[in-house]
Ligand binder design. Sequence first.
Ligand code: KIV
Ligand code: ZN
Length: 548
Amino acid sequence: MTRFDHRKYTPIVAINKPDRRWPNNVITETPEWCSVDLRDGNQALIDPMTPPQKLEMFEMLVAVGFKQIEVGFPAASQTDFDFVRKLIVEDRIPEDVTIQVLTQAREELITRSYEALRGVRKAIVHVYNSTSTVQREQVFKLSKQEIKQIAVNGAAWVKKEAEKQPDTEWQFQYSPESFTGTEIDYAVEVCNAVVDVWQPSPDKKIILNLPATVEVATPNVYADQIEWFCDHIQKRDSVVVSLHTHNDRGCGVAASELGVLAGADRVEGTLLGNGERTGNMDIVTMAMNLYSAGVDPKLDLSIMDRIINVVEKCTQLKVHPRHPYAGELVFAAFSGSHQDAINKCLALYEEGQTWEVAYLPIDPRDVGRNYQEVIRINSQSGKGGVAYVLEQEHGIKMPRWLQVDFSSVVQREAEVTEAEVSAEQIIGLFESTYLNSNQSMRLNGYQVSRTDGIDKFDATLVRNGDDLLLSGTGRGVLEAFMSALSEQLERELVIIEYNEHTLGHHDGSEAMAYVQISIDSKRVCGAGRSRDILGATLAAILNAVARA
Ligand code: KIV
Ligand code: ZN
């Protein structure tokens, strides 16, 4: 037998629940959110947050729109105690925000927690004890009855201490820690005992928070547990059923989503998922999932850059570039076919369609990104992406035939450098390839005259420092110029493709011209920029000739 032996672990056991209803549900309303960044998130950090960092995090959470914020574990940490005092004494808690503190179900810790909260307008006191089989049997070595008694005592002390501070609007919360590892009927039994102590009513609800302290099963099992709990808890209309999932199997968000389908009212989590081990449920992802399904998440996640900045600063953990909705690469498209599809859909969206953009589940602008960041160029990219970058960043609208020509230039660069090609590099390549290729030839003034419908073009061509006379005739100025140039260079020159446009919309805007010419049957492209169309076109032809 190898050391890597799956038989060492217990298979997942499904709940026998033939009447399960949650798979048919859809989330149409956002749950109540509670941020636990300052408590669970903070407890998981290598270096816990400093007081200024805690304040910055708190203020950001308020700005995002959280109405419930667990601010610490004041009975366990002096820093947390002082932070709670600071918030209260300096009157930093907005009227519509309720702070929450965590405490174990021990009398002296509960008393100390209420000391921290003295003078607060309203607060949630969150008491917990472990109820799971493993904790009961292996850690505490206590019976079910004894573990239930810890919860009941804790609830009673929480109630008693609250009565000593009647000016505060108190709400009580109980968590059977490791709920998912607790026999479901026993979890309900313990919570019912807590309900008996607190005697909630529909006007004065309590919160029962059901943690997946460690995620050990597929999210459907959690959903079954939540639905079962909601069906069997007494006074359901007086209880806020709350979820608190961790991410050990990578399904923290999925578990909370299914838990809401199963009837929960409230969800605890952290921004971007910091927390013990693999983290807490990521509220950014869950809220954005709701948003992208047309549900108002009641959080302002348009300030994504501020969120990332504060979270990174306070946790000293970098946000992964592929983190849903927040990572640097999550809206980037490198592949040519993706870029083309995005371009086409975006054009239709700009014409007023609803958001149905291939490869982009949400509009990146909603979270402060722009479309320029979407199309990124490397050796996998196609002509559409390169054209998009040039047009968005520089107003250069390459015709299709030039896009084909230029994409091979960019691709070669990407292959040689084995790296992404930035927007600056792309314009640099465009200029050096098509606009500034002609260092050796320039027109030193020109004259155009017309007689009987025939144009005559006369100019001095400076070539490698020598003045050469150009003179030619044709039907149109371009034909006359091409004929003069052909004669002087002793080459057969023919214009194959030609496009032009202005670079702006005002009188002084410059013009861009693009040509593809055949020189002794070889095709070459060039571009020119000038104050007027004719000047741009002549420059484009000379640039193409010089390239050849
Ligand atoms: O994960 C957990 O069980 C907790 C409780 C204290 C709510 O954080
Ligand atoms: Zn937790």
